[in-house]
Design a protein. Structure first.
Lengths: 262, 316, 335
């Protein structure tokens, strides 16, 4: 269970997050949505102790991120940031292998090896595993980083826009893989996601942030509605129901003649 | 790797046989005292000093590039070596009677301070300008060097300035190089902590996510790099460019996973230094061209190729 | 893009309001220069030694003024042509190139032949080679507009290291007896100038003054960048060639007279840019040259005759200039 209580955060005097409080149960996928500058990435890095919590508290299964030793946290939660500016020349397998570091501290065993291979396979990276990172395309790199986080094999995985650089096929594959992992291994994913339809299709619950405040928490059916999206994004978006899934048609403005008035 | 080690062995043997004084292995084996003395007092120390310096400076460069996350810097051109030189001058002037080890410690202290200063400056630079990092390093080194020159000028220690600005191995004799064994120990630490330094090279976010004591490892790396550089500066003088070009070559060969890269860097560094030294001894025998000069020509040419090659690579 | 940022810094800003103030400041600088010249000639001359001291000092004075002019001018020309204000010919390894030429000539034609050469003829040849070399090097480096500024700086500095190492290498390769012919200067000596080459240097510098004055407006246009300059009808290639040839000449003069001075040009040009913000090439040029004279002549007078430090002015100047450079880099990176 992730507990976030009364978290506020300022960066050089500017409030980024204000009194954010919510609880997420263990297991499943949580999508974090909101317009640019809503504080999603900041919240994620606070949760992963990449930034110090200024006010409030964040805990994973009761372990407070501010007080729990960082080595212990590394076995419990992992994060992938948005900008992965790794300039080191590593092979894909080496990179993913470093995801096991919190467990083996430099002496990998057979179990570590197996988990690395699993993560590589899950991200369809087996053919690329001997390639260096600087020889990969943006999408391939992105998958390698996600594989690294998966190899860390933590109960909680925080991903900041993991679908960046991915084409349609790999984006869908990745979301399916994450959903399967969540179901089969009981892991919890918190994912910042911009494509609202991916959130609707794969998330078990959605957390909407706006202007640094919590706006709503609920199931996709609760959140992906025309009025709610209008509140969160200040944008009028048609939402259709297709195969029992809410689908937002956000690319085009609703034409007056298309509006359904009886 | 086997090939690399064999060629180092061959060069080490070659290095043992070259010199102004007559000496032959046959004579040593026949029990000629003079020849044995030359071998033990001058040739073996020199060859050992070359291997230790080459290996440890290459590893220092490798770790430095991980700490700064930049491929175009090395301690000998980013303020660390210059700071160590300044520390040596200060030690010679204020504490002329203390033993060499104490002077070395003071130089190390200065080197650490200089490296910390450089890393602080780096925090203020934007990440997306990788070429700014070596520039600021070179300038910082230049400014510290100017302070040292001024100090040397005022205290009549200009000849000491020469000692650390150009590395030279002709003065290496038994009893005057043993401090270099410290660098061997530090290089070993570099190998033992290779995984941690590799993770540091991926940035603080990744390091924290993997539960690494980021600050602690940064400080360890800083210490290893600074002390290696200071010991080298104090005993044989500054060895420029070695710590820059060897890690770049190794990176292209085996990548940046230090577990694999450290042994390669050590062998290539030692081999390169042995080669340059042999070259310096035979080019103009019986005189010697200092190794710093040879590395200056060779290293700056390779660095230019790296820089301009990077450009065409980026275009492609 | 940092190159754009530095480029903007180099743009002359319009606005005539501070013109009178600029003129007043140039006049003040002129007066201060005269004071510096006077101090240099008279400070600390022992009584009765005037007949000996004055001609001796006058020669040194002319040399220092020439060096001040040459460094300030070459730096400012370089700034206009490359559209940035943090590079100088010295930082780009120019003076190292000159020293390498000297070592190379000893190596290839031998010390005896080198010494037998008429110094003026030898110097003229060196200047010509420098002009050709600098024009070639910089046209090559700056032929593409899109080049990253920091790459250029770095390449320049490493070229400098390469030239310095090569000249030290060459001087080791020549006979140790010839070694003395090539003085391995690592920093400038303002108190021991090379008087032999004084007259030819004076003639060369005097020749550049009217040329640059006539071209001063073209340098303003040049600073707008290649495309704009061509659009405004500037014979771009020709002006660039003249600029870099002049830079090569002036660097030869200053390096021959006192040795390599890395950051002096940066220091004085930036003082001039500060004193005359937004001024055109012409007034800035005068101001930079005057600031250089005040710093070099006044500084040498004070250092030599008041503080009693003989050769340290160049070290202090390089230290200050180095700090200016570091600040510029950090400031440029901040924005």
């Amino acid at each position: 269970m992730i507990q976030i209580s009364d978290v506020s955060h300022q960066i050089s005097g500017l409030p980024i997050l204000t009194d954010v409080t919510f609880t997420l149960p263990k297991g499943g996928i949580t999508a974090l949505i909101g317009p640019n500058g809503a504080g999603k990435s900041t919240l994620l890095s606070l949760m992963a102790r990449l930034s110090k919590v200024q006010t409030g508290a964040i805990s994973f299964d009761g372990a407070d991120v501010s007080t729990t030793p960082t080595q212990a946290l590394a076995k419990r939660l992992s994060i992938l940031r948005q900008d992965n500016s790794v300039s080191a020349r590593l092979t894909v397998e080496d990179l993913v292998g470093f995801g096991r570091y919190p467990h083996h501290k430099g002496r990998p065993n057979a179990e570590d090896h197996r988990l690395v291979q699993e993560a590589l396979a899950a991200m369809a990276l087996m053919p690329l595993r001997q390639r260096f990172l600087d020889e990969l395309s943006g999408g391939q790199r992105q998958r390698a980083f996600v594989a690294m986080v998966l190899a860390q094999d933590t109960d909680y995985v925080l991903l900041d826009e993991p679908l960046n650089y991915l084409d349609m096929k790999h984006a869908r594959q990745m979301m399916e893989r994450l959903r399967d992992t969540a179901r089969e291994q009981g892991k919890s994913f918190v994912i910042v996601i911009h494509d609202i339809n991916f959130a609707a299709a794969y998330a078990d619950r959605i957390v909407a942030l706006k202007n640094g405040r919590l706006h709503a928490v609920g199931t996709p059916k609760d959140i992906v509605t025309r009025p709610m999206l209008k509140q969160v994004f200040d944008l009028d978006i048609i939402v259709e129901n297709i195969r029992n899934l809410p689908v937002a048609i956000h690319q085009i403005a609703p034409f007056p003649e298309r509006q359904e008035h009886p | 790797m086997g090939l690399a080690l064999t060629s180092i062995l061959v060069m080490a043997l070659l290095s043992l046989t070259i010199g102004v004084a007559d000496m032959s292995f046959g004579a040593v084996l026949q029990g000629q005292v003079d020849d044995a003395l030359i071998l033990l007092a001058s040739r073996v120390p020199r060859t050992m000093a070359l291997i230790l310096t080459g290996a440890s400076m290459a590893i220092a460069g490798l770790i430095f590039q991980m700490l700064t996350r930049n491929k175009f810097v090395e301690p000998a051109t980013a303020g660390t070596a210059e700071s160590a030189g300044l520390g040596l001058l200060v030690a010679v002037f204020f504490l002329p009677t203390v033993p060499m080890l104490a002077k070395m410690l003071l130089a190390s202290g200065f080197a650490i301070a200089g490296t910390v200063l450089f890393l602080r400056l780096l925090d203020r630079l934007p990440r997306h300008q990788p070429l700014l990092v070596p520039l600021v390093g070179l300038m910082l080194g230049g400014v510290i060097g100017a302070v040292a020159t001024f100090f040397a000028y005022q205290t009549d220690l200009l000849q000491y300035l020469g000692i650390w600005t150009t590395g030279e191995f002709s003065g290496v004799l038994r009893g005057r190089y043993e401090l270099l064994w410290i660098t061997g120990g530090l290089a070993l630490i570099g190998y033992l902590y290779a995984d941690r330094f590799s993770i540091i090279g991926m940035g603080s976010d990744v390091a924290i996510t993997l539960g690494l004591n980021h600050r602690g490892v940064m400080w360890l790396g800083l210490l290893v790099v600074s002390v290696i550089t200071a010991v080298v500066v104090v005993t044989v003088g500054s060895i420029p460019f070695l710590g820059l070009i060897v890690p770049n070559i190794v990176s292209r060969m085996v990548g940046d996973n230090l577990r694999a890269a450290v042994p390669w860097a050590a062998s290539l560094g030692a081999g390169l230094l042995l080669f340059c030294d042999i070259l310096g001894r035979v080019l103009r025998a019986p005189y010697e061209v200092p190794i710093g000069t040879i590395l200056g020509v060779l290293g700056s040419a390779v660095f230019l190729m790296l820089l301009l090659g990077r450009q065409s690579h980026a275009v492609r | 893009m940092p190159s754009d940022r530095f480029a903007q810094m180099a743009l002359p800003q319009t606005g005539q309001a501070p013109l009178d103030r600029a003129r007043a400041r140039v006049l003040i600088l002129g007066a201060l220069s005269l004071v510096a010249l006077g101090l240099f000639l008279t400070l600390g001359v022992p009584g009765g030694a005037w007949g000996f001291a004055l001609p001796f000092r006058a020669g040194k004075l002319v040399a220092l003024v020439l060096v001040a002019y040459a460094i300030a001018t070459s730096t400012q020309l370089f700034h206009a042509a490359t559209r940035n204000q943090i590079l100088t010919p010295a930082i780009m390894g120019f003076d190292a190139l000159y020293l390498m030429l000297q070592a190379g000539s000893v190596f290839f034609i031998g010390a005896m032949a080198t010494q037998d050469l008429d110094p003026i003829l030898k110097f003229s040849l060196e200047v010509i080679v420098m002009m050709v070399f600098s024009t070639g090097l910089f046209l090559w480096l700056f032929s593409t507009q899109a080049r990253d500024l920091y790459l250029l700086v770095l390449v320049g500095i490493i070229f400098g290291t390469l030239f310095r190492s090569l000249s030290s290498f060459i001087s080791r390769m020549i006979d140790p007896n010839d070694f003395v012919v090539v003085q391995g200067a690592t920093f400038a000596q303002f108190n021991t100038v090379n008087i032999d080459l004084l007259w030819i240097s004076l003639v060369l510098c005097a020749f550049t003054v009217p040329v640059l004055w006539l071209l001063r407006h073209q340098f303003d246009v040049l600073a707008l960048g290649r495309d704009t300059a061509i659009n405004l009808g500037l014979p771009y290639r020709r002006v660039m060639l003249i600029t870099f040839a002049t830079v090569g000449l002036l660097v030869s003069v200053s390096t021959a007279l006192v040795g390599p001075v890395t950051f002096f040009g940066l220091l004085v040009t930036h003082l001039a840019y500060r004193l005359l913000p937004g001024a055109r090439f012409g007034p800035t040029w005068i101001a930079a040259s005057l600031v250089a004279v005040i710093t070099l002549v006044g500084g040498q007078a004070v250092f030599e005759h008041v503080l009693g430090f003989k050769g340290t002015l160049s070290v202090v100047i390089d230290l200050l200039g180095g700090l200016v450079f570091l600040t510029l880099l950090l400031k440029g990176a901040q924005r």
